[in-house]
Design a binder for this molecule. Sequence first.
Ligand SMILES: [Zn+2]
Length: 315
Amino acid sequence: MPSSDILATLHTFSMALSFILGCLVGSFCNVCASRWPAGESVVSPRSRCPKCRNAIAWYDNIPLISWLILGAKCRHCGKSISWQYPLVEALTGLLFMLVFLRFGYVAATPVYMALCAALVIVTFQDLADWTIPNEITFPGIPIGLALALVGMVYPDSMLRVTDPINAVIGMALGGGFLYALDRVTVLLLKKPGMGFGDAKLLAMLGAFFGWKGFLLILMLGAITGSIVGGLMIAYFRFRGEKEESPAPEADEATDDESGEEAAGSDDEITLEGHYLPFGPYLALGGLLYMFFGPELIDWWLGLTSAPINGGMTLM
Ligand SMILES: [Zn+2]
């Protein structure tokens, strides 16, 4: 067997392994995002069906596969299992595989896989609970700073930041910017602030990616956030108008099934009394910077200055 074949096989094997590892970690991300808001332990008790409270056996808790085999239904009560569980598992698996493809056999790969998992938890907890877990940001900030030291000592690690001062500046700018924005909102607009979860998250990302990372992540987060936020406001306004208009068919609905479906819609996210969560967009910006940071900076500089940067490459 020629050595190139062996390398190709090893590469495919590592890709598959990264995906499987990501799915397993994603399963744990689901547990964290659903238990941390209630202050519950993520270690015990065992996973339970949220509807019938029966413990889930290990063979019914295999990422992706069990959900498919069970037909998205609990073995005990037959009630449906949310698609969010396999989505988070598949997403984390995909991210782990992409991190391996981007960075390869270097120290940055496990580091950024862990960061992906952290950002997946942040995203789904913020979407469901409007909070960003301190369980992620409190350890994340010192870890990000420490990694800059590792990057300085071992440049071959492929870590994005190789200068601890840069990491400290990124952290201070990230935390300080959103903290100041919150204070200004409270003082000038007399509205309740957006909370410090986002500030701590941006401080963490600043520690991981330095001051350039902070700037790009804030910009990417603001752009994607305003696009999605605008679409959501338009959607809720459209739905609100539809609900206000008379619906003559409603009287004819007699079967119990339609009643059950209507009750299920209580769980849906509404805009009332909330700021739109910013965490998911900061997380997305962080991921984009992790994958394409240097290329994004080249592209940005190319836009703002004379076309000096001719050869821009992605991936
Ligand atoms: Zn059940």
